[in-house]
Ligand binder design. Structure first.
Ligand SMILES: [Zn+2]
Length: 86
């Protein structure tokens, strides 16, 4: 019995998308505290999320999902935006 898990490569985690950014000046990286300042590469308000240039998924409740899988809890309460017209 051989364990195939020993052949794991970390290709996807090694390939950080830091070099993906073509902007000048470059966007903050996903592990920067300034990460939300990165440019939007995709914006889906109807689904409640945006994708930033540095790979961060930004949700409409200000929660974030980092490219490495780390989850940032919402930190900016949407005061006054709770009521939705149906
Ligand atoms: Zn960028």
């Amino acid at each position: 019995m051989n364990t195939s898990s020993s052949r794991r490569t970390f290709d996807s985690t090694q390939r950080k998308n830091a070099s993906m950014c073509q902007h000048q000046p470059p966007c903050p990286t996903a592990d920067s505290p300034d990460r939300e300042a990165a440019r939007l590469t995709a914006h889906h308000p109807e689904q409640g999320w945006s994708l930033l240039c540095n790979g961060v998924l930004l949700f409409e409740d200000t929660g974030e999902l980092l490219p490495d899988g780390q989850i940032i809890a919402p930190h900016r309460p949407l005061a006054g935006r709770v009521v939705r017209a149906a």
